[in-house]
Design a protein around this ligand. Structure first.
Ligand code: GLA
Length: 388
């Protein structure tokens, strides 16, 4: 990837002298889905596939961006940033510039070549990786006095405001704070982080891409958020100010309000309220080296996302069913926003070949699609890479 970036840079901008190289990874969420925007807990880890960006400040105010993945060049002016009617890959970078500006972090013009191997639209947070890689390199080029946490939050805001997806904080935090062989326990209310060792001895983290693009997810995602807000509203009417988010209510509280909410809203709330304790239990099982326990929690999480939150799809359910038919599989679940994208499974290393053969052949036979399988270990978070 680095060589491709350098070659393209030479074609587009000439000498590479003085350029900075930033890298930010994608993520896979082990457990804690649709909890981040409910002030809950998540447990993602950064993965090895990443977005790379080679960038250098210019003397003027032009921003010239080149994408390897799209094989396109986009030019704009730092003093005149606006989103076009169609969302473009460049919006993910310019959104970050724009949000930084709003916060008083001024930057000038710059040139960049960006590329990466995080699959696009597969639910592994390629967009957060682009935003965080951009934030990382902007901070370095223009010497912006910004801490990691603020950067991650501003990247999230860029996605909310500039790209228009009302995502929570999980993806940008995972991409920023990932640590090799660790999962990241994030309290999405306090933003407190705990690095949890996720070195599962003989067990691998296996991602299966259903190859179903998550095209519904933008609008459905925002609908789920609205339903959670509705649940909070009803709970608050009954229990008053102690309820600020679904995090603050118990299942007993929810039962007491069941008649006052629609059935879908009730089930959305129930998913979030059962998922939060699963995350904390999952952390305990990782810490005590018990992948079997963790796997059972993953399955419960999947069922809750399928039946209560209704963000799975037949292909994801099939991948989970095929996974748990295999020997050596502790657990499996959909990961990310849902409606397509990927599952994540814990698979004993010695059973990996059988797992892949079984899942690929059966999935292809039933759906006509070839799933992509990635075996990954938790990787490191965003950084400036010294290659020159
Ligand atoms: C997407 C969002 C995250 C999170 C997940 C669901 O990945 O970007 O903030 O809400 O969906 O857990």
């Amino acid at each position: 990837m680095i060589q491709q970036l350098l070659d393209r840079w030479k074609e587009e901008f000439g000498e590479v002298w003085g350029a900075k190289l930033g890298r930010a990874p994608g993520r896979v969420n082990l457990i804690g889905e649709h909890t981040d925007y409910n002030d809950g807990f998540v447990l993602p880890c950064a993965i090895e596939p990443a977005v790379w960006i080679l960038a250098r400040a210019r003397e003027d105010t032009r921003i010239c961006l080149v994408s390897l993945n799209y094989n396109e060049r986009h030019e704009s002016d730092v003093n005149d940033l606006h989103r076009g009617t169609e969302l473009s890959w460049s919006d993910y970078l310019l959104g970050v510039v724009s949000v930084f500006q709003q916060e008083g972090y001024a930057s000038g013009g710059w040139d960049a070549v960006i590329g990466g191997d995080v699959p696009l639209g597969a639910g592994l947070s390629s967009s957060a990786a682009v935003e965080v890689a951009t934030g990382t390199v902007l901070r370095e080029m223009f010497q912006l006095p910004m801490e990691d946490r603020e950067m991650a939050l501003l990247c999230q805001r860029a996605e909310n405001m500039y790209v228009g997806v009302q995502c929570g904080v999980m993806d940008q935090f995972a991409s920023t704070f990932g640590k090799v062989d660790h999962a990241l326990l994030l309290d999405c209310r306090s933003l407190e982080i705990r690095q949890v060792p996720a070195h599962l001895k003989d067990t691998e983290i296996v991602i299966c891409d259903s190859k179903v693009q998550r095209n519904l997810s933008g609008s459905e995602y925002n609908i789920r958020r609205a339903q959670c807000r509705e649940g909070v509203h009803v709970l608050r009417e009954k229990f008053g100010e102690r309820i600020c988010a679904l995090r603050d209510a118990s299942l007993d509280d929810l039962e007491m309000c069941r008649e006052r909410m629609s059935d879908p809203v009730y089930r959305r709330c129930r998913h979030v309220m059962t998922e939060n304790p699963r995350v904390l239990e999952g952390v305990r099982s990782l810490e005590s080296g018990d992948p079997a326990k963790f796997g059972r929690l993953m399955l419960e999480s999947h069922r809750s996302l399928r039946d209560d939150y209704e963000v799975s799809c037949p292909e994801l359910d099939l991948l989970v069913d095929l996974a748990i038919e295999c020997r050596g599989v502790a657990g499996s679940r959909m990961t990310g926003a849902g409606f397509g994208g990927c599952t994540v499974s814990l698979v004993e290393r010695s059973c990996l070949d059988q797992f892949c053969a079984h899942v690929i052949s059966r999935y292809a036979r039933k759906t006509g699609r070839e799933p992509e399988i990635y075996v990954t270990r938790p990787g490191s978070g965003a950084a400036i890479v010294d290659v020159f």
